[in-house]
Design a protein around this ligand. Structure first.
Ligand code: ACO
Length: 424
């Protein structure tokens, strides 16, 4: 049975078809108002679907997250990050042969042009690594002009492989630059995550071998961060792509969006908050300040999840594995106390604010001795898989057009210009 929405004005009534639980915003245009055809006003896209997508499913009320239909907890328990990247891009889990060939392709594209190395080197010693990563990724368009052939499926795939291969190298070099250490080149003998850890932490000529518990924990974090449907940075990727832009320019924009403290920058902000609180006995005061609007409980709340973020649950468990290797992060007890109080407090309960993915991930990153500025970089590396899949879907979706929202104009009209010497 077809569903319709009836819209009545004093003069007429209109039937708007409802498809997939939505109305086409352009159907509203047939409804006249005093200010012209009816439109919607939706700052922050609170209730607007910008695309059709078959990549990631989220049910925020039930705390469900699935990639291509597979629950994220099952993927985190049994898959590798590159396997998940393949799933996001191609829609199916790879066969063993497909996976082996996929890993080989990605891993042979880890080396970056020496000019990118110089680009990273040209930043000030204290530049934020996200700025270096953003610049490095955006610059790739100039090294791979084929990326501008956005209608060529082979060029699209090749450049996705290049980006997935090179993003850990650029991320690791952005970090090494900030600590003044030589850049470590990719090692063919190591897999995706272990090679990333080696490029980050290898010192002098010693061979770096990550503890398997640490590399598995990072792999799990990578899987949990691989995609999250139409969030702020993915929307930025799609928006920039909609103007006909290549993968590298579009993902560069996504990295910029992810940098924000309300998005991927929140894990860095969580650590700052925990440090500021300092001791468990100061937690109640901090919570009182949040309720009075003096602070935000970073790592809590989510636009979509109105239940415990399923990723936060898995990360909380990963903390135990990592702390077994590194020793317990003393800030953990403050985080646990904050969570305990917040989950019982009427302010947080009534607003349905639960820990999100960023609440515990920063504790793991810190235990692994990453400086806080690297936390968002550690989010951007795996999210690149999702950005690539979303970029590709956007490029091949016949419904998509250049993104160009409307506005409600609130300013002056038809004023007469006054020459400078007659003003004041
Ligand atoms: N601490 C205290 N109060 C909060 C918090 C928080 N972390 N989050 C939301 N609220 C309150 C708001 O003040 C608001 O209260 P009000 O109704 O009395 O005005 C209500 O809850 C609704 O919040 P909004 O800001 O309207 O929710 P929105 O969906 O716009 O924001 C966001 C979601 C940005 C994630 C928000 O919850 C937040 O700022 N959280 C902290 C930052 C954070 O952890 N971001 C990471 C998100 S996950 C990610 O991007 C990877």
């Amino acid at each position: 049975m077809s569903e319709n929405l009836q819209v009545r004005t004093p003069e007429a009534s209109f039937e708007l078809p409802i498809t997939d639980g939505t109305i086409r915003a352009t159907d509203l245009k047939q409804v006249p108002t005093q200010r012209g055809p009816l439109a919607t006003y939706d700052p922050g896209f609170m209730n607007t679907a910008s695309c059709r997508s078959a990549i990631t499913y989220i049910n925020g009320d039930a705390g469900i997250l699935e990639y291509r239909g597979y629950p994220v907890n099952q993927l985190a328990a049994g898959a590798s990050h590159l396997e998940v990247a393949y799933l996001l891009l191609y829609g199916e889990l790879p066969t063993p042969d497909q996976l082996a060939s996929w890993e080989k392709q990605i891993n042979t594209h880890r080396l970056v042009h020496e000019n990118v190395r110089e680009l990273i080197d040209a930043f000030r010693y204290d530049a934020h690594p996200m700025a270096k990563l953003m610049a490095g990724v955006a610059s790739m368009q100039t090294f791979y002009p084929s990326s501008r052939r956005i209608d060529d499926p082979e060029a699209r795939e090749m450049n996705i492989i290049r980006l997935l291969g090179k993003i850990p190298t650029m991320a690791a070099w952005a970090y090494r630059h900030s600590i003044g250490r030589h850049f470590v080149y990719p090692n063919d003998e190591l897999g995706y995550v272990n090679n990333f850890l080696a490029m980050l932490f290898q010192s002098q000529q010693r061979v770096y071998r990550a503890d398997p518990r640490v590399s598995r924990a990072l792999e799990v974090l990578f899987i949990l961060h691989a995609d999250h449907e139409q969030n702020c940075s993915t929307n930025a990727v799609r928006s920039v792509a909609s103007a006909g832009n290549d993968l590298f320019t579009s993902v560069g924009a996504g990295i910029g969006a992810l940098f924000g403290p309300l998005h991927g920058g929140a894990n860095e902000a969580v650590l700052g908050m925990l440090r500021e609180i300092g001791t468990i006995d100061r937690v109640p005061d901090f919570i009182a300040g949040v309720k009075e609007g003096r602070a935000r409980l970073m790592g809590f709340g989510h636009r979509v999840y109105k239940n415990y973020d399923p990723r936060a649950k898995i990360i909380k468990r990963s903390c135990d594995d990592v702390f077994e290797v590194t020793g317990v992060n003393p800030l953990l007890s403050i985080a646990l106390e904050l969570e305990k109080i917040a989950l019982e407090d009427e302010y947080f309960v009534s607003r349905r604010l639960y820990p999100n993915v960023d609440f515990y991930s920063g504790l793991i990153y810190e235990a692994l001795r990453f400086p806080p500025e690297m936390f968002t970089v550690l989010f951007a590396v795996p999210r690149t898989a999702g950005w690539c899949a979303q970029w590709l879907e956007n490029m091949t979706d016949p419904d998509q057009k250049i993104m160009r929202p409307k506005q409600i104009y609130t300013g002056y009209r038809e004023r007469t210009f006054v020459p400078q010497d007659q003003r004041g």
